[in-house]
Design a protein around this ligand. Sequence first.
Ligand SMILES: Cc1ncc(COP(=O)(O)O)c(C=O)c1O
Length: 460
Amino acid sequence: MPGTDGVLFSGMNAQTNRTAWHRLGATEPLASAAALARERYRKDNPRSLKIFNDALQALPGANTRTVLHYSPFPVAIARAQGAQIEDADGHDYQDFLGEYTAGLYGHRHPVIINAISQALERGLTLGGPGLKESRLARLMCDRFKALERLRFCNSGTEANVLALSSARAFSGRSDILVVDGSYHGGVLSYAGQSPLNLPFPTHRIRFNDADTAVQKITELDVQLAAIIVEPMIGAGGCIPAQPEFLQALRTASEKTGALLIFDEVMTSRLGASGLHGRLDICPDLVTFGKYLGGGLSFGAFGGRADILDRFDPRLPDAWPHAGTFNNNTLSMSAGFAGLNDVFTAEVSEAFFEYGENFRKRLSASLRALQLPLHLTGMGSMMAIHFCDQSPTAPYPGNSVPPDLYELVHLKMMAAGQFYARRGMINLSLPMTEPMLGRFEEALIATLGECADHIEQSVTD
Ligand SMILES: Cc1ncc(COP(=O)(O)O)c(C=O)c1O
């Protein structure tokens, strides 16, 4: 469970070399306030700017992970400890990004470091089953209700590609059904139209619209191989699925024989048995990623034994699934140590409550501002939205000017708080009450300073 107050790194004196400019710009029009914030940010982050400019020579837009870009340029992270990070210019931040949920254990957790050190001593690429993969697999099958068998891979994207391909192969059907605005990986992105998406025949439904979903599933009937859904939309703004919506997908898919896949790459942290366990809805397949590798690259997909057993290499017609690093010893060791010794079933339940309490408290503080703001989420994952009504579908802030997101984000960074520009906030295990308090204070002050901009942006 969250421990005592985090200790600031020695030698890191962010607040001393950072101007208190986040208090400026309150009376400017939004565009000028954002321009002023950008100018100050550039001035405060010369080393990060140099790293960005150097990277432009080899990486498109200095970037190799789209989600990590924000304007005018992202700060380069030099080191981290617990729930705090330090950028290349020596500024400290409280890390409320939590590596988009992969950072559940925080930075340099001693149990994880120890597991990695021991694995390093045994050797890295061994060309055979290692000591930890079966233990991690059994632990995950014990923990997650829908898992009878599973297979490891290297990322959440890979897990979803393999789950969908397995569903298509198992059912002998072609089409897939996805939720508009969902994200299942770099080649499975359904927020807008991505030219990189896999060419599966794909149909879209609206999130939390059970009637239309049932109608579509019935209409597609034996053409439909799989329905894939995040039980809480993550990238699209931490919007929980209504249990009735998920239950309707479960019932309708059972009727037509389509397989139901829950993408729990982010949400599996929301309870001892993931979000499907919490909601008591059992999909045919589930996918995992993020924190389950202990902070190292990780993916897994699993579920019903009759589907997964088709991968049994002893079968004459076994489905092939190699993957050089599927069982890489570092991820297997760190993943096992993390789930077995740190994020136990009891801790995961307590951490869910810890997050719920924080979100309720923060929501109340936001309400007191009397601005068009909403905080959505579950447990340790949440997102802040600029809108009038509490959103039930992904990307509710799409009509809000990007300048507003940028202004609030850069001001929060100047106040030493790191979170996702789109509003996502993730807690990690080393966080403490004082840290939560400091984040809340900075957020409320920042939003208060931007009150006019927020009101104008949402009503325009
Ligand atoms: C719900 C969901 N599915 C899949 C993925 C893809 O995982 P990865 O980035 O490990 O490929 C993500 C990544 O953010 C995600 O949020």
